[in-house]
Design a protein around this ligand. Structure first.
Ligand code: NAD
Ligand code: WQD
Length: 332
């Protein structure tokens, strides 16, 4: 049985859909702080059966112990946490508590249950402004926000843990820019309030919910002056998690892996791709750079390909088509 913390969220729900597709049993723990029961209902509709779900917090030790015992959990995919860079700057304590203390509680519960296989949601944000692109897992880490530092802190804890007890099997997956939605149109990203990220904002502009996209910076040292990122389809990302679990089953290691596509897309290229997929116009204006943004970030995906036998297969057009389909469903 696989415990998926944060399984009602954007990435977690797609991982659960993929686990169901390949016939793995899973149980979700989520406090619904950034998701809803609607997402769980839709996931159940997608997988065609009831999904075991616990509404609760990853910091709740008694609840964790109950879940590990009740479900005989043998591995954990840990996504539960807060993820807004701006919010983490304004309120770092919440981020230390949810992301770092939450992980400590989880690890302690795993040890009590003798469950020592963990896949952790890390982020390319740990690289900060890396000197060379594509960025490899061996590049120095220097997160620039409290959010990014929580990811780094957890990664360092996991490294220490494995050094203390090599029976732990750990995959630290550094996601680049997850985007898109499940092609069924049943699950996708549902940001609360104004989206921070490019893709959900674009979808809301195309649908007329928002009037125009603000492009943060037109003077970066990139081919068209706008920021370049490695957008990875969320279903490819989900498949990467199953590959990581399979790898850990055969290899008692602590591995760090980039999950991206290996190629970069600029904001203007993304706007054009989204306009084409949605057949809508996407008004935009170029404004000042957003503090903390880097010019370019894309992954070296060689290690993931080599050791997991996994690569992303879905392209930008599919990402935009799937995000658009979900936007239409979500808006109703
Ligand atoms: P999300 O907010 O949609 O999902 C996170 C889920 O965790 C939510 O359902 C939320 O309710 C739940 N949660 C938060 N704190 C919790 C707690 N203390 N106890 C129980 N549940 C809790 O975000 P997402 O985009 O699906 O991201 C999932 C993970 O991947 C996060 O750890 C995030 O930091 C990481 N990540 C995301 C991105 C991205 O761009 N989306 C990139 C890199 C890494
Ligand atoms: C992408 C590009 C923006 C919004 C963030 C987190 C990172 C990770 C993924 C969790 C950039 C530009 C955006 C807008 C814009 N999350 N942009 N107008 O910043 O690469 O990464 O999400 O781990 O930690 O920092 O993603 O989607 O916000 O931005 O021009 O309204 O789009 O400047 O070039 P980012 P993003």
């Amino acid at each position: 049985m696989i415990l998926v913390t944060g399984g009602a969220g954007y990435i977690g729900s797609h991982i659960c859909a993929e686990l169901a597709r390949v016939g793995r049993d899973f149980v979700i723990l989520d406090n619904l702080s950034n998701s809803s029961m609607d997402a769980v209902d839709r996931l159940q509709q997608l997988v065609g059966r009831a999904v075991p779900f616990h509404a609760g917090d990853v910091r709740d030790t008694a609840l964790l112990d109950r879940i590990f015992t009740e479900h005989a959990v043998s591995s954990v995919i840990h996504l539960a946490g807060l993820k807004s860079v701006a919010e983490s700057v304004a309120n770092p304590i919440d981020y230390f508590d949810n992301n770092v203390a939450g992980t400590v509680r989880l690890l302690a519960a795993m040890r009590r249950a003798d469950c020592k296989t963990l896949v952790f949601s890390s982020s390319a944000t740990v690289y900060g402004a890396a000197a060379t692109m594509p960025v490899t897992e061996d590049a120095p880490c220097m997160a620039v926000s409290p959010y990014g530092r929580t990811k780094l802190m957890v990664e360092e804890m996991l490294s220490d843990l494995h050094a203390s007890d090599p029976a732990w099997r750990i995959a630290r997956l550094r996601y680049f820019n997850p985007a898109g939605a499940h092609e069924s149109g049943l699950i996708g990203e549902s940001p609360r309030g104004t989206p921070n990220n490019l893709m959900p904002y674009l979808a809301q502009v195309a649908s007329g919910e928002r009037s125009a996209l603000t492009v943060f910076g037109g003077d970066y040292p990139t081919p068209d002056g706008t920021g370049v990122r490695d957008y990875i389809h969320v279903v490819d990302l989900a498949e990467g998690h199953v590959a990581a679990l399979d790898f850990l089953a055969d290899n008692p290691q602590d591995v760090v892996l980039n999950l991206g596509t290996g190629s970069g897309t600029s904001v203007l290229e993304m706007i054009a791709a989204f306009a084409k997929a949605s057949a809508r116009s996407v008004p935009f204006e170029i404004a000042a750079r957003r503090p903390g943004d880097v010019a370019t970030c894309f992954a070296d995906v060689g290690r993931a390909r080599r050791i997991l036998g996994w690569t992303a297969t879905r392209d930008l057009d599919q990402m935009c088509r799937d995000a658009w389909r979900w936007q239409l469903v979500r808006k109703g």
